[in-house]
Design a protein around this ligand. Structure first.
Ligand code: MN3
Length: 217
């Protein structure tokens, strides 16, 4: 079974005006598809485990698995955590997630402010991702920035392995058509399309299973 690009759970234009349809189309159909084609090449003839299972040892497995396996996992995860602005606005953090946010950051507003600071070009130079993760003990949220297509599930990508519940792609291809160099504006607008029901589900999953969230494809 080869890896595949999962369908978006909404139309390409669903996230307008915060993320534009042409960006979504090229991001999903070209960028994500290229990672999938390349991870299939890198794992050809081998047993293709769920992509999640490749993450922990991806860095020691070498650049083909690290970059393309990470690229596939990260994008499959990213599509699922968003929803059309009207739908996203109806979602909210679960009691469990809200408690962890308050305990770890003080408040949702403070978490968002710290996230935006972490995603700023001065803090995360070049291409990468910013994540909200649950620590290994399952009792605290962390903010983690990773370069390129690394993620916090990979041993060696950050100080400690932790489990993403929310992640933002801050590669230029994720925002340049609409925002050009204005990455901070992309980041602050993106909150309007975050599906907190899905983030809450991710949070419950990682706390229950002490493992990363499985993805489609
Ligand atoms: Mn991307």
């Amino acid at each position: 079974m080869a890896y595949s690009v999962p369908d978006l759970p909404y139309p390409f234009d669903a996230l307008e005006p915060h993320i534009d349809a042409p960006t979504m189309k090229v991001h999903h159909d070209k960028h994500h598809a290229t990672y999938v084609a390349n991870i299939n090449k890198a794992t050809e003839g081998k047993d293709e485990k769920p992509i999640l299972d490749l993450m922990e040892s991806a860095i020691e497995a070498g650049p083909a698995i690290r970059n393309n396996g990470g690229g596939h996992y990260n994008h499959a995860f990213f599509w699922e955590e968003m929803a059309a602005p009207g739908d996203a606005a109806k979602t909210k953090p679960s009691a469990q997630l809200e408690e962890l946010i308050n305990k770890s950051f003080g408040s949702m507003d403070e978490m968002k402010a710290q996230f935006e600071a972490r995603a700023a070009p001065g803090a995360l130079f070049g291409s990468g991702w910013v994540w909200v993760t649950v620590n290994k003990a399952g009792d605290k949220l962390l903010l983690v920035g990773t370069p390129n297509q690394d993620n916090p599930l990979m041993k060696g990508a950050a100080d400690e392995i932790s489990f993403p519940i929310l992640g933002l792609d801050v590669w230029e291809h994720a925002y340049y058509l609409r925002y050009q160099n204005r990455r901070p504006e992309y980041v602050s607008n993106w909150w309007n399309v975050v599906n907190w029901d899905k983030v809450s589900e991710n949070c419950a999953y990682v706390i229950k299973n002490h493992a990363g969230v499985p993805v489609q494809g």
